[in-house]
Design a binder for this molecule. Structure first.
Ligand SMILES: [Zn+2]
Length: 445
């Protein structure tokens, strides 16, 4: 297998660090419904996990759920997103977190995404966060301001390397009020103090005052506790590179001097009708919105896997319709496997090979389109892509086969009224008949 590694900017052969491949995925901030653009990344990383398993690797994967500390500005300013969600819903921040975690996991399962080995809620690791801040402070990487405990990025010589950051440019562009107590423009809060009178429901006492962990800290802490550094593969979106992942790397360096991950995989964004997904454009479609238009979660998963995780993708309902038709075509090829023997040509090896080349599922799909595939092949394809193809394509009841025979007889004796009646009866069941020189085959409509 090989992957494009953001850390080295090269396609590299995958060599695991140990017996179990350790993977960490930055998960959602659970203050709102996840839209289809959010789920794109989880579909790509599901393929990653499935591909590793298809290659015989044992995988341990951790996914975090951010339920505290992620501020609206993505930096150290603005309201905590969970507090904002709580205000909007008229609920407590903990209730909001629970509600959106449940909604997220429901969609996660509808998309048939592989269950993570550890689902880590940020609020379950606050004690570990405090210990991490203690440790970073002991190692000389932090300083205190009125606002919180900050990470001194000048203490980590490699800070700019991961994202090829221009620290001088960052300094010039920093806002004055924002940086008045910060030593360097890139410094970030690892712990935030709650100011007197400030409303912040999620709070923990640390250093004699109420506060909460900085957003970036949970990932370093959870990785340390659940996987141990360095891990094999860290995944996320390209928007995580300059700040969030850069800061995760910096924190882990301050904690124990270790690199955080060997391979970094980042996916690009989904555009909707050529535009960024945003509330103001009204295009934050959820799986429920797609269902209301007649598309299943698997149709969307199919659409995602037709492209590449590193390419920017443009979602349109026309292209989703095409993905749905392609999936129906594949399902009908499975239906054909119930009705006649299809001899495998060994194409699955080529399909896996395409995926092993930096998760090129688009190329794998083209091979699927153009190969003779047996039921055994389809089983492996379902394992690799998790598209529920076989589950969604059950063999039909005996009664349908009998009706097909009756219809063949009616046609043989030129009783077209009966033949048409049977055809209509089958159509009600969602089944069509395709006549060939050989015989008549049923398929799903
Ligand atoms: Zn993270």
């Amino acid at each position: 297998m090989k992957f494009y590694n953001t850390a080295t900017r090269k396609v590299e052969e995958f060599k695991p660090l140990g017996d179990i491949v350790k993977i960490y995925t930055c998960g959602p901030t659970v203050y709102n419904y996840a839209h289809i653009g959010n789920f794109a990344s989880y579909i790509y990383w599901d393929l990653l996990v499935r591909a590793l398993k298809a290659n015989g690797y044992n995988v341990k994967r951790v996914l975090n759920l951010t339920d505290v500390g992620h501020l609206v500005s993505d930096g150290d300013e603005g309201e905590d997103k969970l507090e904002k969600g709580a205000r909007r819903e008229g609920k407590s921040a903990f209730e909001v977190a629970k509600m959106y975690i449940d909604a997220y996991m429901k969609d996660f399962h509808l998309l048939n995404l592989t269950e993570p080995d550890v689902l880590a809620r940020a609020t379950d690791y606050v004690k570990d966060d405090m210990e991490a801040v203690d440790e970073m402070t002991k190692n000389g990487f932090t300083y205190e301001t009125r606002d919180g405990i900050y990470y001194d990025t000048s203490k980590f010589p490699g800070y700019a390397d991961f994202a090829r950051l221009d620290l001088e440019g960052l300094k010039a562009g920093a806002r004055v009020d924002f940086s008045d107590e910060k030593h360097n423009a890139a410094d970030f809060a690892v712990w935030k103090f709650i100011q007197p009178g400030e409303k912040h429901e999620m709070r923990w006492d640390y250093l004699g005052r109420p506060g909460y962990p900085g957003w970036h800290l949970e990932c370093s802490t959870i990785i340390h506790k659940e996987l141990g550094e360095p891990i094999d593969i860290h995944t996320g979106g390209i928007d995580h590179i300059p700040v969030h992942h850069t800061n995760e790397i910096a924190q882990t360096y301050a904690l124990n001097g270790k690199p955080l991950a060997k391979y970094w995989l980042h996916c690009d964004f989904i555009l909707i009708d050529g535009q960024r997904v945003s509330k103001s454009l009204g295009n934050t479609y959820t799986l429920d919105d797609l269902a209301a238009r007649g598309f299943s979660p698997m149709d969307y998963k199919m659409w995602i896997l037709q492209g590449h995780f590193q390419g920017s993708r443009n979602f349109t309902f026309e292209s989703l319709e095409a993905a749905k038709s392609r999936r129906l075509n594949w399902r009908n090829r499975i239906a054909l496997c119930y009705q006649k023997e299809i001899i495998s040509t060994g194409a699955f090896d080529k399909i896996l090979e395409a995926v092993n080349n930096n998760l090129n599922s688009a190329e794998a799909f083209a091979i699927i389109d153009n190969s003779d595939l047996s039921m055994e092949d389809w089983k492996k394809i379902d394992e690799l892509f998790g598209l529920n193809l076989i589950n969604d394509t059950p063999d039909v009841e005996k009664e349908v086969y009998e009706l097909i025979e009756e219809r063949a007889y009616a046609r043989a004796v030129k009783d077209y009224a009966v033949s048409d009646e049977i055809r209509d009866k089958l159509a009600v069941k969602g089944i069509a008949i395709r006549d060939t020189a050989e015989k008549a085959f049923w398929e799903y409509i």
